[in-house]
Design a protein around this ligand. Structure first.
Ligand code: C2E
Ligand code: MG
Ligand code: MG
Length: 658
């Protein structure tokens, strides 16, 4: 999730940069047109006329006037879009002085009027926006005034920056004209024009290409493919390539190596495709190839498999060997879309399918995938609506002493009660909510509900029980989110009553979780549990380094434990490690009396959770329907074993700080 947020930010940044480049390119184009016009005026024509007509589309003005110094304190109008004022004299006031000394000046109303001559008969008014451009004409100084109609907007910063470039170039152009284009000036002018053209081309390239790899960027790929499709009706294939675990490369080896890897990948792909194919990088670790033309689908499949295999070969970067893979989705034109957007979207969906089945895979779009995507979209819509209506609720499941069945705590599990009143379990919506960045809000809604109901829960279950909250790995690494959560728990005066259940993934890398979040949790007094232990990396060595309070052994290890000697050995190893490190070990998903009897009889584990004791129940139901004395109590044949091991149980409780 964090990865997708980062990508989104990069994308916004790239878009902003492209917009700026595009504007600059437009400006450069306008200036070039204007200059060309100046240069093309032949000897019989007034060069200023050329300047005016060239300027008109650039600046949008209603009246243009060129004034040059005629004496110390007077300017003379030497050219104007209103020929009747040519020859008129203008006093040099403060404003004209500024422009003559080389500054671009803009005014929106009457600021300059005092410097203008009396009635010139062309309808100047006081509220006329004006732009003053310095114009050095050989040894004479001059300026150009551009006026807009009073109801038009004033000239803005964009115009000022454009005017600055134009002022310089036009001065040269005019000087060259006046000097009948002496060779030197002509050369200089030529040189300037070439420079401008080159920078305009560079702008154009930068606006269309990704700076890291030099490949066409998102917008340019779109443009190229749309042009291709508009021009022909040939068959083509669109492949969406997404690198697997690219974030891990960045985290592990740093951004410089990550960048080099991206360049290497671009290079490899380039060497496999044809000149007629379109290949671009559309965001951080995503590439698009449009194979064009293709005869039959199998041709595209063969090429893409070859590509995939080439990408799997290790890269050697700065002496480091890096292995990577890419998940690739493919959609065909025209069967799966007649425009780039649809094709790319469908290829993206297929890629997603490839990624979820096996990394480094290839998947082809089909209509069933399309329907799945539509369902996903509808789920997304419902999730968002439900969040605004706070339709997410806490269900609580007891964590008990497996012998006495005394309640030690509760685990908070989210339930979505959608608009139709159906209760949905996390598996149905959590992955998508997480992908969409909605999980934080869902957690907040639940924590709010829990805190609000704590007084009632305390009255019913006492103040010794603790409440566990599940936090995903991505959430745990977001310092601001975790900070707010801990703050919220502390503000309620109850930080010490909570356990955060994290997965092994949170501890896997040295990131913000280890450096910022963990110390913060410790300081606030919130306990930490590793959930689903046995399903992730399960590094016992790593465990020795961690300062956690609780370990929850996953159901997969507990299920039918009495019949599985290998699982029994693993369990014993975890148990003794927990005891040695003072970590409380909890068995999850105890469903049968046989499992429980085994745990009681053959292990020292004393805390458990599972359907055998209690199914998760909505918090509101728990408070409304159950009385404290009504908690089920099943006598267990191994009760005696519990009593025999009371010391062990106490040791575990202490470790959990219950
Ligand atoms: P978990 O944290 O390991 O929670 C235990 C899950 O096992 C719960 O499923 C619970 O209903 C189920 N369970 C408990 N005892 C038994 C049993 O005896 N047999 C069987 N078959 N299942 C049992 P649930 O509520 O569907 O939650 C599934 C997972 O979704 C949770 O696994 C947790 O990883 C995640 N989850 C639930 N609520 C939240 C939440 O608010 N935030 C986050 N980030 N994840 C949550
Ligand atoms: Mg849990
Ligand atoms: Mg669990």
């Amino acid at each position: 999730m964090e990865g997708s947020e980062e990508l989104r930010e990069t994308l916004v940044e790239m878009r902003r940069e492209i917009d700026i480049l595009r504007t600059e390119t437009t400006h450069a184009n306008l200036l070039l047109t204007a200059l060309d016009a100046v240069l093309c005026v032949d000897g019989d024509h007034d060069p200023f006329a050329g300047v005016f007509s060239a300027l008109m589309p650039v600046f949008e003005y209603s009246c243009a006037i060129v004034l040059t110094e005629s004496s110390d304190d007077t300017l003379e109008c030497v050219a104007s879009s209103h020929p009747s004022i040519v020859g008129s004299g203008w006093k040099i006031g403060k404003l004209f002085s500024k422009a003559l000394s080389g500054r671009i000046v803009t005014t929106v109303s009457d600021a300059a009027v005092s410097e203008w001559p009396g009635d010139l008969g062309i309808g100047f008014s006081e509220a006329q926006p004006a732009l003053y451009l310095p114009l050095g004409v050989r040894n004479r100084r001059g300026l150009m005034m551009l006026l807009r109609d009073p109801q038009q907007p004033g000239f803005d910063r964009t115009h000022v920056s454009l005017a600055r470039k134009f002022s310089l170039l036009a001065s040269h152009a005019l000087a060259a004209k006046r000097a009948n284009q002496t060779e030197a000036e002509s050369y200089r002018l030529q040189h300037l024009t070439e420079q401008l053209r080159a920078s305009q081309e560079a702008f154009q390239f930068r606006a269309n290409h990704d700076q890291l790899t030099g490949l066409p960027n998102r917008t340019y790929v779109q443009e190229l493919v749309d042009n291709l499709i508009a021009g022909k009706s040939t068959k083509a294939a669109c492949a969406f390539i997404d690198l697997d675990d690219f974030k891990r490369v960045n985290d592990l080896h740093g951004h410089a190596i990550g960048d080099a890897l991206l360049r290497g990948i671009a290079q490899r792909i380039k060497s496999e495709i044809r000149a007629t194919d379109i290949f671009g990088r559309i965001s951080g670790d995503e590439f698009v190839i449009v194979l064009n033309p293709i005869e039959k689908r199998s041709d595209a499949s063969a090429l893409i498999s070859r590509l995939r295999n080439r990408l799997k070969r290790p890269f050697k970067i700065e002496g480091v060997e890096i292995r990577t893979s890419a998940s690739i989705g493919v959609a065909f034109y025209p069967a799966h879309g007649r425009d780039y957007d649809t094709l790319r979207r469908h290829a993206d969906m297929a890629m997603y399918r490839a990624k979820t089945s096996a990394k480094g895979g290839i998947a082809f779009f089909n209509q069933a995938l399309g329907r799945e995507a539509a369902d996903k979209l509808s789920l997304e819509h419902r999730l968002r609506t439900s969040l605004t209506k706070r339709e997410f609720h806490c269900a609580l499941q007891q964590k008990v002493d497996i012998c006495s069945r005394t309640i030690m705590g509760f685990e908070t599990l989210v339930r979505w009660i959608d608009g139709s009143g159906v209760t949905r379990s996390p598996a149905e919506f959590l992955p998508l909510a997480s992908e969409l960045g909605l999980l934080d809000s869902i957690t907040n809604v639940m924590v709010d509900e829990l805190i609000k109901q704590m007084p009632g829960l305390d009255r019913r279950f006492g103040t010794d029980v603790k409440y566990s909250i599940n936090i995903s790995a991505a959430q745990s690494m977001k310092t601001p989110f975790m900070h707010k959560l801990v703050q919220h728990l502390s503000d309620a005066g109850r930080a010490g009553r909570f356990i955060l259940e994290l997965t092994e993934e949170s501890f896997a890398t040295t990131g913000p979780f280890q450096t910022h979040v963990l110390p913060m949790l410790r300081e606030a007094g919130v306990a930490i549990s590793i959930d689903d232990f046995g399903t992730g990396y399960s590094s016992l060595a790593k465990l020795a380094e961690l300062t956690v309070d609780e370990l929850k052994i996953d159901r997969s290890l507990i299920s039918s434990i009495q019949q599985r000697p290998r699982s029994q050995s693993i369990l014993r190893a975890i148990e003794s490690l927990g005891a040695a490190l003072g970590i409380s070990v909890v068995a999850e998903g105890i469903e049968t009396a046989d499992e429980n009897d085994y745990l009681i009889g053959q292990t020292h584990l004393r805390i458990g959770q599972g359907f055998l004791f209690h199914r998760p129940e909505l918090l509101s139901d728990l408070l409304n329907h159950r009385e404290p004395g009504e908690l089920e109590h099943h006598p267990s044949p191994s009760l005696q074993a519990c009593n025999d091991d009371r010391a062990g149980s106490i040791r575990q409780k202490r470790a959990l700080r219950v």
